[in-house]
Ligand binder design. Sequence first.
Ligand code: DC
Length: 237
Amino acid sequence: MSPKDKINIAIDGYSASGKSTLAKLLANKLGYTYIDSGAMYRAVTLFALERGIIKEGNIYKPSLLEILPQLNIEFKKESKNYAETFLNEINVEKKIRTLEIAKYVSPISAIKEVREKLVSLQQSMGEKKGVVMDGRDIGSTVFPDAELKFFMISDIDVRVERRHQELTQRGDKISKTEVKENLRKRDYIDSNREESPLIQVEDAIVIDNSEVEMDELLIKLGKIAEDKITYLNQKVS
Ligand code: DC
């Protein structure tokens, strides 16, 4: 490792625990690339809905597997100061954040072949290091050798409040009870599926953001990351 070498940072945690916001800010602070792995599972779900593979609440797995090779996901900077999600060349950043997508994304992401495809894409995005990636299996499966791993937790009511505000600001009409039910369901499926479930790996630093302000957390994580980078660089120089 030379002094200029970068590391990969994994941030895992439950739905709406504030991972994405923090990961995005941390990446900006370090001059790293932020990758939202959840957006990739959301994009597959959108793809399945648009192709009529999810009908009346049922996912037709054989049809999804058949068209999976036609799916391409990229992150590109367009008008925002962060990269947005592109599904087959189309910016789907807004479309993937609806409750309709949230309803099906956990069962879609439990499909082995979907995970294999996305994990391989995510690993190639992190090959050159300098990536902050958030998700559910980043520290355990995508980057088991990540130099730094965080596991975010947050009180369920704080998470409901956060996601409810996000959705209503977007114009969705939804009650807090519905949001809570969706988060609970997703947490359950994400933590209990067979393929790389959400787990807290042993070498992850636990971050509870129930009561702490985001800027305070950013200072804390930024310091941990900078110390780690300095330490690793000193070790090899
Ligand atoms: O982070 P998010 O809420 O946008 O993620 C949406 C869903 O995608 C989540 O319910 C589970 C799935 N997911 C996953 O299985 N593995 C990841 N690394 C990221 C997300």
